[in-house]
Design a protein around this ligand. Structure first.
Ligand code: ADP
Ligand code: MG
Length: 292
């Protein structure tokens, strides 16, 4: 069978069978980050994301932005678990004719974001490749009581997103977005979500990840999905690379959050639908997946 027939998630499922996990692993493959033992009151989080020339970026794009994105999508995954980022290693594959200034500028982008989000860069690997590849693996920590996974959504929970969606690639937003760490940390303190994921593939596909893991369905109010200027609802559902957080909140918490939002202006969370008990109630996902 060809990889294109399996698709990205079919392939990951097939590979999962060859991924041994000890009993110490709290959560392995299947969420935004792995959840591992750390201390009495905290879990260690581990995530990794890879960017490749030709797939995610081209050499015509600003190298600083490429570096920014490489770290930002990892921080976004840690935020989606309710945690905060700590230490990272960076592995690069670079062609031998690449100007040194290009890769230095990639690192400048990483450095700026790492400083802003308190991430220490502590190692990596460097090899020669035909096209540029950047992989970052990032550790984070989360207080045990604050861990949020994809499988906690229940019927009648409300569905929220942290910001406008769609058109991320065309507009260049996919290169300069800021991970919603402060919003996630605010939520876990004040209005703890029942499930959360970051929107990397697209609202439709990423919501379906929550629905599948939580064994529930959802009904969206399409008119209330916040759109970027000039973006259609179809684009908002499927474009991906928004890196907004998508989360569910128990109804009573959702009502308190809406009430809080009437009085406060620091963050805004957009209610876009409800979770239902019918697992067949979901959007026909056409969002991004590799190989299809
Ligand atoms: P995200 O978009 O949040 O970064 P992905 O959709 O890339 O997550 O991955 C989904 C899950 O599959 C994650 O738990 C990730 O660690 C795991 N995964 C992805 N690729 C592989 C792989 N090649 N081997 C093992 N696990 C993988
Ligand atoms: Mg993610």
């Amino acid at each position: 069978m060809k990889i294109s027939q399996l698709g990205e998630f079919g392939l990951i499922d097939a590979l999962k069978k060859f991924a041994p996990v000890s009993k110490d692993v709290i959560k392995g493959i299947g969420d935004d980050a792995a959840v591992l033992p750390f201390s009495q009151d905290k879990y260690l989080l581990l995530t990794s994301d890879m960017l490749a020339e030709g797939t995610h970026f081209s050499r015509r794009m600003p190298p600083q932005s490429i570096g920014h994105k490489a770290l930002a999508c990892n921080i976004s995954d840690i935020a989606a678990m309710g945690g905060y980022p700590t230490f990272a290693v960076i592995s690069i594959g670079i062609p031998k004719d690449l100007p040194v200034s290009f890769i230095k500028d990639v690192y400048k982008g990483i450095q700026l974001l790492a400083r802003a989000y308190n991430v220490s860069i502590v190692g990596g690997d460097t090899i020669k490749t035909k096209k540029i590849v950047i992989n970052i693996a990032l550790l984070g920590l989360v207080e045990k009581k604050n861990l949020i996974t994809r499988d906690g959504a229940s019927p009648n929970d409300w569905v929220f997103v942290t910001g406008a969606l769609g058109g991320s690639f065309k507009s260049g937003r996919h290169l300069n977005f800021l991970p919603r760490l402060a919003q996630a940390r605010f939520l876990i303190e004040k209005f703890p979500p029942s499930a959360m994921i970051d929107i990397s593939d697209g609202l439709s596909g990423d919501l379906n990840h929550i629905l599948k893991a939580s064994k529930v369905g959802s009904r969206l109010d399409y008119a209330s999905i916040p759109l970027h200027k000039g973006v259609s609802i179809t684009q908002a559902l499927n474009d991906g690379e928004d890196f907004e957080l998508l989360f569910t909140l128990a109804r009573h918490r959702a009502c308190s959050l809406m009430d809080w939002q009437l009085r406060q202006k620091s963050f805004y969370f957009y209610p876009i639908g409800v979770i239902t008990a019918d697992i067949h109630e979901k959007i026909d996902a056409k969002s991004f997946t590799h190989f299809k």
